[in-house]
Design a protein. Structure first.
Lengths: 313, 336, 503
């Protein structure tokens, strides 16, 4: 097989070409696209969305899905903000509390799914309501405004076009990439997603893997929620409400198989990048920003159709 | 357990026992229990006004539940029920307000567009050979986005008075007239699924796709039919909601129409329709919706934490599905 | 010397079936022990108890003289038990190497060491003659190679107790020889091996002792194979002499009802020629993975025919769906996989039989009254003597034999002219088996054209008029059946062998 063919068969190559072409075209059509500030804006949004996408991706890896990604992120966000606003907790402790919410939420999803053997869809639909309902119950739909300056500063800080938020996301991205490729637990996740029976007969503990995946998903969602607080400068109860589509869109565009067993961190990254590019293009070209919903839907369908075409099995 | 839903007749243990063991009977008992409890705790609950308001909400939630149920039976699901409902309603609103078409024509147009969008879901699911989850996730975003772009997020406020008054009719026992319409739809669905060729084919294809296909059942057609039906029912629910609101609102089902998802799943799942497909219970879906409506209405009437209702419904869904699982497990053990 | 494994009085029930009833087995180190029994006799259940997949309802398992109760396969592996199961148990997207060492992924500094993965994998692939790049994804392999990967995977655990469930089902005689040499070496090193196979020749060639199961019970427990001959073993397996069904006299007449001319399919068949006439039974024989079931699916329109011609009554036709095959050409297919493809388990007996006739009995507006359905299926339930408390009984609660009768009944109800029957007697009791054999004769005598797919050589030889031998998705030969078991068996194997040897 020639090198070109091999590249074409990877999850990321076509996406990279598409992204670069899109970026070049947009840069030519609208030079302000390449302004430092605009790139900063895109990267900030990217830093959040990529965590949301990874949070869903690790669940897709085991062949399940998680509707409660946004609800966990939102709940972590408001407990993080609320702890600092109401109780004046030091920032590291507040971060810890936010992470614990993510871990606990994910653990609940994982344990219930595994113990009852129920479809993760219905379990996470229920926990979505529980987490979102708890969020609304605690906040009564009002934001927490009193966030420490340090958090706000961090949310706004940048090196030129590079937002500080991206340090966090970038580090996590690399860690997840290594985890899925080289860590034993990461391989076990994919083994369970690829053939659950075979994984079990190979001595892999299904329960442990399922719970671990959900805990990881919850934790990633929680980090995304807390970064959103830093960026918005307040603990908004609606954080996470609009994560659902992008959380699936990016991994699917990135070549993930929804039946489980195959995900691509690089593909997911590029999936998020392409979505961010489209979003930005619509803003810069003065198109109705709601058109992004339309395009996202079309993009998911196209990605699925393409993967069918590439891999008909 | 599955027998009553599957075959529409009593199990081997005789009709009485089967009835007691069914989820419908359990739901009925629980719902009646809650009605009595709430009537006792707060006088507002059983007031004519509240009864009317409650049955009106119930009428709509039942149809939303049906809309999901008819896709669950194929073993699929439809995340786009809310988005389709809103899209269809905006078509209807435009037809009445802008195009000035007669109400009946506008209603038919709305239902047809709902069915068409649903059919599109079905066709895409079949053509791409993927689970309807990912297709309807995509179309939820696609339909809703297209609707907002086209309507510029503007509502149709000046609907004909005759259309709006449809929702205001009260009948015996202060029940909304819409409830009878929902019951009528339920009866039609029951007949469709248990006494027609396509209904049997749908159940067979939903229970075991390969076996049905290898027995000559046109599996693809059943999937498209179910999604089209789901779209039409979503449109119907949307029209009922529009009549109640007095306007066709792009925001009536929330962001991407996702506010409908919880009621859409709660009713059939509580009512014993399996997510794996192949069985359904029309009466169960009705009772599931009734229980949810009574519970949320009662909690609001009691004025205890209106903000906590959603969390509460989530817990109920979780407990209900877990209990159902446990019951299936125990039944399987007893058969040995 | 203590026995490696002693099972005493093991019982296990599943909803609707007592899979094992008071079964015992003792296995010594340095011994290859055959576990035999017909399909459905309980071999797989027993294996799953040994490997920690199932827990017995009663009975004890002693490993090295010590009672064990595994909660999961993980624990069994930890105690030195490894197995090749009958189902495919590989992760399709993982590499050959990673699949082989999945139980013990080698790691360095906390991460998987893929260099080591490749090396270890090669070490266990080489003795099996498996010369492929360990980085190849498993899903790109042929069935035979996957089977070899599974064996390498089991060997990689250096187990002291090795369980092999039909390890030779899809590999060539040459590969089988290599495997047997390897197994003997392991035996000489003191490994205890439990060997399950349908091929009695292999058992006699390889094994030292034998346990036979019949209907979930011991027909014999751990006796030396020496002194037993083939007929003895068969008698133990089926409870009496091999019995042939009553044959109905018939002669095939006329032109072929169904004919394949040089057919190729999207599933990989090439140049397939096959014809079957009214009143004739044509057998399709081959190893697992030879493409027989797939050919059946292409004939009935569940897979695409990409070249050549399918003729019905001498006219070329295109069958694009099972619905077309059923309604226009009256061709039916009884699936080998009753649970997943044959029956709708959660639905009633009535619905399961009626599914093929719904289109015919529906009235205006698609109205389909229950009474019409009942009237349509009752004669066939009676004719096939399906034992069910009522027509409303869910099929899942019937016994295996009665389930199979329902699966066949729907095609008889459909009054098909061509019936393809795939492994009709797998996993069912002897009486039903004999009954089904007689039924197949009767159907043919009444003018149905029958294509029989079976891996059961005696069944094939007793039923078929002609036997088409398939290998690697081609028909490699056709033999007129003279019903002489030995001669036919040799003729069939010679044809499979020739092709396998050539590649």
């Amino acid at each position: 097989m020639s090198t070109t063919m091999q590249l074409l068969r990877t999850d990321w190559f076509g996406l990279l070409v598409a992204f670069l072409l899109g970026a070049i075209m947009l840069g030519v059509a609208q030079p302000s696209f390449l302004s430092t500030y605009n790139i900063y804006v895109i990267l900030t949004a990217f830093a959040l969305s990529v965590l949301v996408a990874l949070s869903q991706m690790v669940i897709v890896a085991i062949g399940q899905l998680n509707l409660s990604v946004g609800a966990i992120g939102g709940l972590a966000a408001i407990t993080f903000a609320g702890a600092m606003d109401l109780w004046n907790v030091p920032i590291p402790v507040a971060i810890l509390i936010g992470l614990m919410v993510g871990v606990a939420g994910g653990a609940l999803n994982g344990v219930v799914t595994h113990v009852t053997g129920l479809n993760a869809f219905v379990v996470t639909l229920a926990t979505l309501s529980i987490f979102k309902g708890t969020n609304i119950g605690i906040t009564e739909a009002q934001p927490f405004y009193d966030i420490p300056e340090a958090v706000k500063t961090f949310g706004n800080a940048r090196f030129g076009f590079f937002p500080y938020l991206l340090f966090v996301s970038g580090a996590i991205l690399v860690a997840v990439w290594v985890f899925m490729r080289r860590a034993v637990l990461g391989r076990q996740l994919l083994a369970v997603g690829g053939n659950r029976n075979a994984a079990e007969l190979s001595g892999i503990s299904i329960g442990r893997v399922v719970v671990a995946a959900h805990v990881l998903s919850g934790t990633l969602a929680a980090v995304a929620g807390m970064l959103a607080v830093a960026r918005l400068q307040l603990g908004q109860p609606t954080i996470g409400d609009d994560w659902l589509i992008i959380s699936f869109a990016a991994p699917v565009i990135g070549g993930a198989v929804l039946a489980g067993g195959h995900v691509s961190v690089g593909g997911t990254l590029l999936g998020v990048a392409i979505i961010m590019l489209i979003n930005n293009a619509l803003v810069l070209l003065n198109v109705n920003p709601y058109a992004v919903q339309l395009l996202l839907g079309a993009l998911i369908l196209a990605a699925v159709a393409l993967s069918r075409f590439r891999d008909p099995a | 357990m599955s027998m009553k839903v599957v075959d529409g007749r009593a199990g081997p243990r005789g009709p009485t026992l089967a009835l007691l063991a069914s989820s419908e009977a359990g739901l009925l008992l629980i719902t009646v229990g809650f009605v009595i409890l709430f009537s006792y705790l707060t006088p507002g609950f059983s007031s004519p006004f509240n009864t009317y308001a409650l049955t009106r909400v119930l009428a709509i939630d039942v149809v939303i539940g049906f809309s999901m149920m008819v896709v669950l039976v194929t073993g699929g699901l439809n995340l786009a029920v809310g988005a389709i409902g809103v899209c269809a309603v905006m078509v209807g609103g435009w037809a009445m307000e802008v195009a000035g078409l007669p109400i009946l024509v506008a209603v038919v147009l709305a239902l047809a567009s709902g069915a068409a969008l649903g059919a599109l879901n079905g066709i895409l699911t079949v053509a791409m050979r993927v689970h309807s989850f990912v297709v309807t996730l995509a179309t939820m975003s696609l339909f809703f986005g297209a609707m907002i772009v086209m309507t510029k997020a503007q509502a149709f406020n000046a609907l004909p008075a005759a259309f709006v008054s449809l929702a205001k009719l009260k009948t015996y026992f202060f029940a909304s007239s819409m409830l009878y319409i929902s019951i009528g739809i339920g009866v039609l669905l029951w007949w469709l699924f248990h006494h027609t060729l396509i209904g049997r084919q749908i159940l067979a294809a939903g229970a075991n796709t390969s076996a049905a296909r290898l027995s000559g059942v046109p599996v693809e057609r059943t999937i498209v039919v179910c999604h089209a039906l789901s779209g039409a029912l979503a449109a119907f629910a949307g029209l009922m909601l529009t009549a109640r609101n007095g306007a066709a609102l792009p925001s009536m089902a929330g962001q991407l129409g996702m506010d409908w998802l919880l009621p859409a799943f709660l009713a059939p799942v509580l009512g014993g329709t399996l997510l794996t497909g192949g069985t359904l219970s029309v009466a169960g879906t009705f009772l599931g919706a009734a229980m949810v409506t009574v519970l949320s209405n009662g909690l609001l009437q009691l004025e205890l934490g209106e903000f906590w209702v959603q969390a509460f419904l989530g817990i109920i869904l979780l407990v209900a599905v877990a209990l159902d699982r446990l019951r299936a497990h125990l039944m399987a053990k007893r058969r040995i | 010397m203590t026995e490696k494994l002693v099972i005493t009085g093991a019982s296990k029930a599943f909803p609707g079936v007592q899979a094992l009833d008071d079964v015992s087995l003792a296995l010594a180190p340095g011994c290859i022990h055959a576990l035999l029994g017909e399909n459905g006799a309980g071999k797989s259940t027993l294996i799953k108890i040994i490997t920690g997949v199932h827990r017995p309802d009663a009975g004890t398992v002693l490993l090295d003289g010590e009672p064990v109760q595994f909660a999961s396969p993980r624990e069994a592996i930890a105690r030195g038990i490894s197995a090749v199961h009958q189902e495919r148990n590989l992760i399709p997207r993982f590499s050959v190497g990673e699949n082989i060492v999945l139980e013990n992924l080698p790691r360095r500094r906390g991460l998987v060491d893929y260099g080591e993965v490749r090396e270890t994998a090669r070490r266990f692939m080489a003795p099996l003659g498996l010369e492929i790049d360990p980085d190849t994804p498993v899903r790109n392999l042929s069935v035979a190679r996957m089977q070899l990967v599974e064996i390498a995977k089991a060997l990689s655990l250096d187990a002291r107790l090795l369980v092999l469930d039909e390890p030779t089902a899809s590999i060539t005689p040459y590969e089988t020889e290599t495997l047997f040499r390897l197994l003997r070496e392991l035996r000489d090193k003191g490994v205890a091996i439990l060997f399950v196979s349908h091929k009695l020749d292999e058992v006699f060639e390889l094994c030292d002792s034998v346990t036979v199961l019949r209907d979930g019970r011991n027909a014999c427990a751990s006796r030396p194979l020496e002194g037993l001959d083939r007929a003895d073993v068969v008698r133990l397996m089926i409870g009496r002499e091999e019995q042939t069904a009553r044959r109905t006299e018939r002669t095939a007449t006329g032109e072929p009802v169904l004919a394949l001319r040089n057919v190729g399919t999207e599933l990989g068949h090439r140049n397939v020629d096959l014809e079957v006439r009214a009143g004739e039974i044509v057998g399709l024989y081959g190893l697992v993975g030879a493409g027989r079931t797939e050919l059946a699916k292409a004939i009935i329109g569940a897979a695409k025919v990409t070249s050549g011609e399918v003729q019905v009554d001498g006219k070329a036709v295109t069958i694009d769906s099972v619905a077309t095959a059923l309604s226009r050409h009256r061709i039916g297919y009884v699936s080998e996989d009753r649970k997943h493809e044959g029956l709708i388990l959660m639905h009633s007996v009535r619905r399961n039989v009626a599914v093929t006739v719904w289109g015919r009995i529906a009235r205006a507006l698609g109205w389909l009254p229950n009474r019409a359905e009942r009237d349509a299926v009752t004669p066939y339930i009676d004719r096939l003597q399906v034992r069910t408390p009522s027509l409303a009984q869910p099929v899942s609660l019937l016994s295996g034999g009665n389930q199979q009768k329902v699966s066949v009944a729907k095609w008889i109800a459909a009054e098909v002219r061509v019936l393809i029957i795939d492994e009709p007697t797998v996993g069912i009791d002897i009486q039903t088996k004999v009954y089904l054999h007689e039924l197949i004769h009767e159907l043919a005598a009444a003018g149905t054209a029958v294509i029989l797919i079976s891996s059961d050589m005696p069944e094939m030889i007793s039923l078929a008029d002609r036997i088409a031998v398939m290998s690697e998705f081609e028909v490699v030969g056709e033999i007129d059946n003279d019903h002489d078991a030995t001669r036919m068996g040799e003729a069939i194997m010679a044809r499979i062998h020739k092709v396998e040897g050539a590649t």
